[in-house]
Ligand binder design. Sequence first.
Ligand code: SF4
Length: 417
Amino acid sequence: MTNRRTTKQINVGNDRTGIVAIGGDAPVSVQSMTAGYTHDINACVTEINRLAAAGADLVRLAVPERKDTAALTEILNQTTVPIVADVHFHFKRALESIDAGVHKIRLNPGNISDRDQVNSVIDACKDAKIPIRIGVNEGSIVERKDKQLRMKELGKFFAQHKQGHLIALMIAKLEEYLDIFKERDFDEICISAKSIDPALVIDIYTEISKRFDYPLHLGVTHAGPKETGTIRSVVALGTLLSNGIGDTIRISYASDPVLEVEDALEMLYCLGLKERCGAELIACPTCGRIQVDLFTLVQEVRKTLADNIVLPIKVAVMGCVVNGPGEAEGSDVAVFAGDRRGIIYVQGERVANVPEGEILDRLLKECLTLQERIKSGDAKLGEKKVNIIPPDPIGELGSGIEKIASGKVEKLTIGQS
Ligand code: SF4
């Protein structure tokens, strides 16, 4: 991982919500957006609180109509995470949102036709001391008459690059927008330049990061359903983040936005950009050796751990004792299944051999006990490395499967320190 790019820093929130810093030396933050109507106050509050509980640092909501901004005061009263008002076309919705006390505005100056109206929003944000995200989306770019000239000005890269013309246009549009903010002496800015094309997202943000030192909000817009949106988002955002580019991220799915937050967090954990909260689950993909319903078990374990474990305990759910132990190396708690049973190890120590139907409860019990021991200082995360001598498939332990039931499986060497 390369060092993160240095940017200016903006702050979002207040004493009540806590301040989320974006850019500078702040950790990469995660945001999402409500999917329901903002004017449906109860549903909106519920959605915001679900997103905050899932780990969202900021939550954005749409305010297309006056009834939406009219709901903001009550929504802000009932939530404790910084709120961003997403404004398109109607500058008055931005002014009303600022009056209501939102903590940040997302604005696309290109879809507010009157410069005075844009200026009034900038001035109101300045007075309220709240930042603005300037969003330029691929879809909102229109052809410029001076396209050829601008591409020449912007350099060789754009002439050679497959989508150079589009990148040039997006950067030119961003420069136009930023000039408006410079004229108003407004610097509390975050930038986004989203596209539906992950390769374009990588290229446009890479170019932007060389040209501007404002914090960057990363996202692939309209990434689609979670099934494909995950890949599109992780390819683009993971590449940029691993190159040190990006200060706040939003993964967007045509699905429950809580999934966006969960996946964004997992990506940051994987890249070492955020300390893990909650258990880390490892599970085998299963193969012809499997003798339990591992897919169901893994989903149940995932949900149970998410609901109960707050420390980054590494938990492995493996389908057999043949390769499972080796694949679970380093886990704090592991279950190796077979013959409709599971043997459970905690930091190298074999603690149980239970029927399939009891695996989930016993695994949770062991995780909770370990969590308490870690909290009280009696144990440490990753204290013992699981150190396995895999069974010899043609030797004493055979396939290992029948040995679980017979109790001979403890001949496996696990957790030698
Ligand atoms: S742990 Fe066992 S069942 Fe799971 S994939 Fe590996 S060999 Fe197959």
